[in-house]
Design a protein around this ligand. Sequence first.
Ligand SMILES: Nc1ncnc2c1ncn2[C@@H]1O[C@H](COP(=O)(O)OP(=O)(O)OP(=O)(O)O)[C@@H](O)[C@H]1O
Ligand SMILES: [Mg+2]
Length: 479
Amino acid sequence: MKPPSILIIDDEPLMRLSMMDALKAVDYDVHAAASGHQGLEMIKKGAFEIVVTDLRLPGVDGLALLQACKQHSLRTEVIVITAHGSVETAVGAMKLGAYDYITKPFQMEELLLIIDRVAKVQALRQENLQLREKLEDKFSFQGILGKSDRMRGVLDKIKLVSATDSTVLIVGESGTGKELVANAIHHHSPRHDHALIKVSCAALPETLLEAELFGHEKGAFTGALRQRRGRFELAHKGTLFLDEIGEISPMVQVKLLRVLQERQFERVGGNDTIEADVRLVCATQKDLKKEVAQGRFREDLYYRLNVVPVMLPPLRERREDVLMIAEHVLQSRSGRSNKTLKGFSQGTHELLLRYSFPGNVRELENMVERAVALGRQNEEIQPWDLCGFLTCPYLGGRPQETCGFCSEGLTGKKEAKTLTDSLAVAREQFERQYILSVLGRVQGSRTVASKILGLSRKALWEKCKRYGISPGKNDHRDD
Ligand SMILES: Nc1ncnc2c1ncn2[C@@H]1O[C@H](COP(=O)(O)OP(=O)(O)OP(=O)(O)O)[C@@H](O)[C@H]1O
Ligand SMILES: [Mg+2]
């Protein structure tokens, strides 16, 4: 592996040279700057893995350089050198994101040790990133994540069918990712340079849907003030996604069948026959076979649409995917909101794995988004962050009828009636209740409570924060 490149910034020539020699002797790729200004220029131009800078420099000082490094490249780690007796400035630098500090005078051995440690951490980080990318490649396709056997089967099928022109019928409950799959198929198909046109068949009444799909001539019906091209024409050479196809009326079913058979149609109120080269992808939540059996959907159309069926299993039938998707949403949403959360608490993990997710991936996404908004900086996500109710039973409140997540978690009702809470969830609940009762007994004094509980004041304070217990009215007394 390539040795890390290191930039040394120090205005004292002797110091600079000794550091350079020591680092070169162990084969690091070493560069140096004799002033803050020169250092700044070099940081802006080059991507250094490690920057070692004196804090006190004329002109641009070490703190300014540290900030420039953090703005320029998140992976650069900065080690600051401080004069003897100015530890406070060093602590300030650490708060601004410096990796470590070293106090003058120091032995070169000390510097080498710190740099060796940083280099190891960076190598590990890089390795992790690469492993994650590899895993994500294996378990995702065009943003569709899934490592369960069933989803991997689906992903393989989507990859294969994308390359063809076959009509695809995507079937799945609400929120299972039907639209996401339709997007993936189009974007991975030879038609990706042309349009992907989407129509929600449930959103429009029969006559409007007909005009929407096939277009209309001027004066075809009241309000048709000018000629309008339909979605089939707009999707020429591209893909047409007909969502909620199970909702179309018998009249539209006949028209659609004709386009599929002859690749031709006429605009509403028109005589000209129009040809369209369109790849059709349809989606439905309904069991179309049942609809056919009950006479609501044409059998001939069903067979034309069901050339390649893609069945998206509900999330509750592929629990291996839950945490993977939850972690992914957590990463992406916290990145956007600039919030750092320490992942899900063990109890929350277990509740997530047990919940039935009637709204499937969409529901999981919304829950994690809520947790990013409500969760506390640098802390683990708790059940109440996911459900968003202040009266969450895990906070000692009454379960909300509308909150399936907590009520299912408490009763295990959908999965197994006899299932009791896992140890982790039970422990968190018990701990919270117990802390509350002790605080109650000592009129809210955390110092007294921490003694009774055998915890340090800091540990108790952290637990209170984690469990959403606000300071009691007597708490200020002993602060
Ligand atoms: N396997 C998955 N990996 C990552 N995200 C997913 C996955 N499945 C669904 N999603 C996300 O969940 C949300 C809902 O997906 P989508 O709109 O495709 O569902 P749908 O099946 O079309 O639902 P509906 O029937 O309600 O229209 C989207 O934000 C989508 O990105
Ligand atoms: Mg949809």
